[in-house]
Design a protein around this ligand. Sequence first.
Ligand SMILES: NC(=O)c1ccc[n+]([C@@H]2O[C@H](COP(=O)([O-])OP(=O)(O)OC[C@H]3O[C@@H](n4cnc5c(N)ncnc54)[C@H](OP(=O)(O)O)[C@@H]3O)[C@@H](O)[C@H]2O)c1
Length: 363
Amino acid sequence: MALDQLSHDPAGPVLLLGGYGTVGAELARAAAPFAPLLLAGRSPERAAELCRETGAEARRWDLADPEPFAAGVRAVVALVNDPADRALDAALRGAVPHVDVTRWTARLQRAVARVSLAPAGGPVLLSSGWMGGVVPLLAAALAERLGGLETLDTAIRYDLADRAGADSVEFMDRLGLAFEATEGGRTAPVVPLTGARTLVVGGERTKVARIDTPEQFTLPLTLGATGVATRIGFSSTGATNALLGLGRLGFFRWASGERWQPTRRRLLYAPGQGGTARIRLDATGPRGRASWTVTDPLGQAHLTAVGALLGLRRVLGEDGAAAPSGLAFPEQHPLPGGVLTALAELGVVVEAGAVGAAGAVAA
Ligand SMILES: NC(=O)c1ccc[n+]([C@@H]2O[C@H](COP(=O)([O-])OP(=O)(O)OC[C@H]3O[C@@H](n4cnc5c(N)ncnc54)[C@H](OP(=O)(O)O)[C@@H]3O)[C@@H](O)[C@H]2O)c1
């Protein structure tokens, strides 16, 4: 099979692969004022209106079709699952700066292996931590306030009214697979949908339970955290209870094969017209504890695009600091000027709540 050819052209467009999807279109609108864009996907004619709006061009690149793709680009952002690592490999071969927001933990680990085996390449920012890397970026900001990060508990309130694209269901469709996470300084297996707790997220009582997300893998490595747990729950407790009930019955384990895929995905994929993204982060560190709540009134696709945009600026060296060389995770590069300022400028609200024990520090 002929290879895809991406060559590094610092004066060329930024390639957004999947750039007219739900997250992609949000990123295209946010990035258009800063850079010419090339959007790619299977049916580029679907991007016509977005191209008029943003001045972008659109071309066909189907990652499931062996026909190779070639372009000279300034950077590439992966906004669609890249199951055979085609975009990653092409970016590495062409030394093109690369950002990816799509990988669940096992896929991220595969990317880490590929990048470390590649002879050279441009910066590769694996920004698939929750919301395109927003959660790990905030973890770094919390570590700064707390003199380090010991533990981080993240609770995601998933608004059932929110938008989500078809490509995003794969990330959720892994509830039958146990994963590893760090607790008390040790790696332990975790079964998805266990460890339920109810807490207030953005003023709303929310029942949440464990889910596999990449920051649970990266934060112990990058910030030395000894306990990192991410939980998710719906805006309807009834819907969360139904999901947890299916988990307790072992449904996602015994129905994990291909045959049950359509049923699983019908259960997990019922997008709405738009909602609010809310996340709570509870952190501890040497100086105490802090609890932050993140709200994006424009929803999770917008918040993910915000994470991707900050990642793109990062690999282009446009945020006032040098671009990382080689492999990077979002939390390794706290933004000059601060994450909270960068997020506020993009319409994301971070409220510092509380406060901890003796000598505690909040915001
Ligand atoms: N890290 C996070 O926290 C986070 C949060 C949200 C989403 N995400 C990830 O972001 C990705 C996009 O989600 P989304 O909601 O935007 O999905 P989406 O609306 O389905 O968008 C997918 C885009 O990719 C294109 N596409 C689909 N199959 C393709 C293929 N084989 N080759 C090339 N292009 C293809 C689609 O256009 P065509 O149909 O014309 O090909 C579309 O433009 C997902 O992988 C999701 O898991 C990550």
